[in-house]
Design a protein around this ligand. Structure first.
Ligand code: NAD
Length: 462
């Protein structure tokens, strides 16, 4: 697999300051496919400096011109979508078809949405005797995870660029090749030197240096709640803007009037996609006691059908961790009805699609983010109990409600402490704000709400 041995800084691939490298492993066969440089504080310094130098001119570039550059970036992503999909498959392990549809397809949609928003957004408005300007915040430090490697990058970089900010990206150590490919695309799209910079490296080294850098005006982080808390504290101490997209433990609430087979089928598919490595996955299925046994049978059948059609987990650590959660579920008394902790293949970090029945709300598997292909089915007696269970975790990122009609589902969804809810299988909308209530995060990504995260307001009075 193609890899750069330098950092993309100031519009060129520069020699890394240190000599350490990170091995990139294909999780499907555990083979090393490439090495990338492990950035250090000096690399981060150079990248922040480049972003700082490029900021005034990019901020002053008319929004229509910024929009044209983002549209060009979208076009490069379209032209290189097969290469993107192959790269994501090689370093994340997702099946190629899923990589093509989701890992390559969604970032193209999102980049396109920001090309349009950059051109149409009201960066200036009149409020009484004032004119209020929405101005770019400055240099953005973006730190992204591996689970949707390109989407997470584009969901930060595209709105930042649309707003007139410049960016330093520190991608996840497991998926740096997709990030390097993105840097190539930025270059090809003619985005001026220094507007986007890439430093690959380890979280506690390069990531920490970026999050705490005095030259960074806003930190946008997606990843674990534990690291997010640290980054929030660092940013708070420096009175720096921060956006945090953290974990989730979303509820899929199936009300008694719903089409049970559809709700269970879509619910299981939602978790199994990307091998359960989706922060907004509906990992808790809430079913009324009268339909419980039928739902369990349907879910077990749906999971079994997935068989070995799902990809591996990203790395050995997650493989151990997720199987540990499955063992914990068994130990705490949940009933395995599909899958289990045994690795289904000798090679690769695979976990069987797993379904637990008789899960109670306080069990570890019902409270903690597992980040693997594991569904927990929880019983409720009435709607109030369903709501208590749905809201009964520290997270609040996403969810789903199913009922005979949308109005009934909406009434329930409005009582959920969560950032987004799919009603009766509602489709993904790249313009809808995405982000969490409670410990799932601070701030929103996507659409106009995502753009506004990178803006600050100035009012002039007349
Ligand atoms: P992580 O939080 O450790 O890593 C996310 C990003 O933060 C990576 O780029 C990493 O290098 C960087 N990072 C790590 N430590 C850092 C530090 N001290 N300072 C600055 N940056 C740092 O997450 P992970 O190890 O990739 O995954 C672990 C868990 O995180 C998963 O099991 C899952 O629960 C959760 N997760 C959530 C999401 C999400 O979208 N909400 C995505 C991936 C992982």
């Amino acid at each position: 697999m193609k890899a750069h041995d330098g950092m993309y800084i100031g519009g060129e691939w520069r020699v890394a300051a240190g000599t350490d490298t990170i091995a990139v492993v294909n999780p499907a066969d555990e083979q090393v496919i490439a090495h990338v440089p492990a950035g250090v504080a000096e690399d981060v310094d150079a990248a922040v400096f480049a972003a700082h130098e490029a900021f005034p001119a990019w901020a002053a570039t008319p929004p229509a011109e910024r929009a044209a550059r983002i549209a060009a970036l979208r076009d490069v992503l379209v032209a290189r979508k097969d290469e993107i999909a192959e790269t994501v498959t090689a370093e994340l392990g997702a099946p190629l078809q899923f990589s093509q549809m989701v890992h390559a397809g969604v970032p193209i949609l999102v980049a396109g949405s920001y090309a349009e928003l950059a051109a149409s957004y009201a960066f200036e408005e009149k409020v009484g005797n004032s004119t209020v300007y929405a101005e770019p915040v400055g240099v953005v430090g973006a730190i992204t995870p591996w689970n949707y490697p390109l989407h997470q990058i584009v969901a930060k970089v595209a709105p930042a660029l649309a707003a007139g900010c410049t960016v330093v990206l520190k991608p996840a150590e497991d998926t740096p090749l997709t990030a390097q490919l993105f840097a190539e695309a930025v270059h090809e799209a003619g985005i001026p030197a220094g507007v986007f910079n890439l430093v690959t490296g380890l979280g506690p080294v390069a990531g920490q240096a970026l999050a705490g850098h005095p030259g960074v005006d806003l930190v946008s982080f997606t990843g674990s709640t534990a690291v997010g808390k640290q980054i929030g504290a660092t940013a708070g101490a420096a009175v720096k803007r921060v956006a945090l997209e953290l974990g989730g433990k979303s509820a899929n609430v199936i009300l008694p009037s719903a089409d049970l087979a559809k709700a269970v089928g879509v619910g299981v598919a939602n978790v199994m996609g990307n091998s359960g490595q989706t922060c907004s996955a509906w990992t808790r299925m809430l079913v009324h006691t009268s339909q419980y046994d039928e739902a369990v049978a349907l879910a077990a059948e749906a999971a079994a059908k997935y068989g070995d059609r799902i990809g591996p987990l990203v790395n050995a650590k997650q493989h151990t961790r997720v199987r540990g959660y499955i063992e914990k579920g068994v130990a705490e008394g949940a009933r395995l009805v599909a899958g289990g902790p045994e690795a289904p293949r000798e090679q690769g970090y695979f976990v069987s699609p797993t379904v637990f029945a008789d899960v109670t709300p306080e069990m570890t598997i019902a409270q903690e983010e597992i980040f693997g292909p594991v569904v927990s089915i929880i019983r409720y007696e009435d709607e109030d109990e369903a709501l208590r269970i749905a809201n009964g975790t520290v997270y609040g990122l996403a969810g789903a409600v199913w009922a005979a009609d949308d109005a009934e589902a909406v009434a329930f969804a409005r009582r959920m402490d969560t950032g987004q809810v799919d009603i009766n299988g509602g489709r993904f909308n790249p313009l809808a704000p995405f982000g969490g209530y409670k410990q799932s995060g601070v701030g929103r990504e996507l659409g106009a709400h995502g753009l506004s995260e990178y803006l600050q307001t100035k009012s002039l009075q007349f």
